[in-house]
Design a protein around this ligand. Structure first.
Ligand code: BDR
Ligand code: CA
Length: 310
């Protein structure tokens, strides 16, 4: 793998998506950023994505994608991220414009032009599933998919479903069954890496605007978590999926068979991770994340915010 892997980040910013974009910009070659309906409606996640790209001086264009899931109505996470996706956080003004190409077209075209690309989905998997439906050979062209979604144990929207999978289970099922090499950063992993006020305080010592925006993002999500009765801390979900590509040695992944429940009354959107060790279990299709070195991950987060682009 090259020192800086080539990524396309598919996201729904989202506080933690924004932090993940900072990490991707610091440690990878971000070819493009695609937006999807998820934490907030598509217009909001797209506006936030291009605002972060501008803040970072990223050369990646932003492509707007799907405004709702494959089946049913769009579902958002306003209770956590606010109605616009980034709560009270105001991103700096900029003059960048959204690409005219649709995100799904971009995913297909970009992976035809370059073969070693990682897709890093940080929201519902609608864009990725649509691209695979239209071009099934896409999964053979890419290096892999490192996604934030699912869980080996408990969920966050329901007892067993995590938001990104729950918001579009049909898309997640297509992606999990696509044959692509997949790294799954689920809640069981991402909840091992928590931010708190000390992280925000350290970012406030930085001189770069991106560090101050990062601190504002953390302050806002910590306020929201506190108001929800969860304490002034937040799991850094989406950054895990970026570091799983740029710094894989920080992680423990295990091969597992994973599929997605689309029909259960109580279990729709659950990632069904087969942890049996008996003979005859289905062949593994996903590398499931079980452990992250959160101390090293945090140092990488600080460096990403503190380093100016050369
Ligand atoms: C996931 O859902 C969103 O709220 C976050 O951005 C993250 O991608 C966590 O369940
Ligand atoms: Ca997200």
């Amino acid at each position: 793998m090259p020192d800086r892997p080539a990524l396309i980040v598919d996201c729904d910013p989202g506080h933690d998506d924004a932090l993940a974009l900072v990490l991707a910009d610091a440690y990878a070659d971000v070819l493009g950023i695609t937006s999807v309906s998820g934490n907030a409606p598509l217009d909001d996640t797209t506006r936030n994505a291009i605002g972060i790209a501008a803040l970072l001086g990223s050369s990646a264009d932003v492509y707007a994608g799907e405004a709702g899931p494959l089946v049913g109505e769009p579902r958002h996470a306003g209770g956590v991220h606010g109605r616009g996706g980034l709560g009270r956080v105001a991103l700096p003004q900029h003059d960048r414009v959204i690409s005219e190409l649709h995100a799904v077209d971009y995913l297909i075209e970009a992976t035809r032009k370059q073969s070693n690309v990682w897709l890093v989905p940080l929201g519902p998997l609608t864009n990725i599933a649509r691209a695979i439906e239209r071009d099934s050979e896409l999964v053979e062209r890419i290096e892999g998919i490192s996604l934030m979604g699912g869980s080996t144990d408990i969920g966050n929207v329901t007892a067993v479903a995590e938001f990104n999978i729950w918001a579009d289970p049909e898309a997640a099922k297509i992606v999990m069954g696509s044959g692509a090499p997949i790294r799954m950063c689920g809640l069981n992993l991402t909840r091992q890496w928590l931010s708190d006020d000390t992280v925000a305080a350290r970012l406030k010592e930085g001189e770069l605007v991106k560090a101050l925006v990062g601190a504002a993002i953390l302050d806002d999500i910590h306020d929201r978590m506190e108001a929800l009765g969860r304490g002034r801390r937040c799991a850094l979900h989406d950054p895990c999926a970026v570091l799983a590509v740029t710094h894989p040695t920080l992680f423990q992944f295990e091969p597992r068979h994973v599929t997605v429940e689309t029909r259960g009354i109580y279990t729709r959107g659950m990632t069904v991770v087969d942890e049996r060790t008996t003979p005859g279990v289905p062949e593994a299709n996903v590398g499931v994340g079980y452990h992250i070195d959160s101390t090293s991950a945090l140092e990488l987060l600080f460096s990403a915010f503190e380093e100016a682009k050369t």
